[in-house]
Each structure stands twice: as C-alpha cells, then as structure tokens.
Unconditional design. Structure first.
Length: 122
C-alpha cells in the first residue's frame, strides 16, 4: 500500500515538473536522429520533459519519452528506435499536433514493437 502511494506521489510530481522546468521550444534538425542525441536537435539541446518540441525531421523515440507539447511538421516523423519486441511510451503533458508521421513501425520491419501515446491535452 505504501509503495502504491509513493508511486502515485512520484507520478504527480513528474507531471507537475512538465510545467515547471520546460524552456522550449526545442527544434529538431531536418536530418533528425535519436531523441537523446545532441546532433538531432538544433542548438544541440536535447528536450527535457517540460519542453515544447518541434519535429522537422525523422526522430527516433527511446523507450520512455516525455514532452510538454509536440508539434510534428510536414516531413517530420516520430518512430521507435530499433529495439525488438519493445513497447515505447510517449507522454505529452499538453498538446500533440501531427502534420507528419507517427508510427510504431520501424523501417527495418515491425517485429513486435508498438507505440503507446499518452496525451494530457489535445
């Protein structure tokens, strides 16, 4: 019981931190790359959980990814990093706007990977 309450409190603090610490917007390059790689992002800044993120190229998600908001432009995409039989989770505290591509499919084949998206806004 205590463990469940502790997990709940930690989850609430994480969600609140989305609003407190974000600087945004953080913009990807048109070349894209792995979410956690400095070279994926304009100004070499990897998004923090509270950041507003602009996706303008192909960005590969890590297993757990957090953002305040995400806007995907035409030509931009979010796809899982190539790890077999994994469930990827994308947490967006506010809004997700998609004019590009969001896929659970990785170019090398779809071998049991999927993407779950949790959105707090629209």
């Amino acid at each position: 019981m205590l463990k469940n309450k502790t997990n709940l409190i930690l989850s609430i603090l994480l969600i609140c931190s989305f609003q407190l610490f974000g600087q945004g917007p953080v913009e990807s390059t048109t070349k894209g790359g792995l979410w956690t790689s400095f070279s994926t992002w304009k100004d070499k800044v990897v998004p923090a959980p509270g950041d507003n993120v602009l996706i303008k190229g192909p960005v590969k998600l890590i297993l757990l990814t957090y953002a305040n908001s995400i806007q995907i432009f035409s030509g931009g995409s979010l796809v899982p990093e190539k790890i077999e039989s994994s469930t990827y989770k994308l947490y967006v505290a506010n809004n997700l706007s998609n004019n590009g591509t969001i896929s659970g499919y990785y170019k090398g084949g779809n071998n049991g990977r999927n993407l779950e998206i949790f959105i707090g806004g629209n």
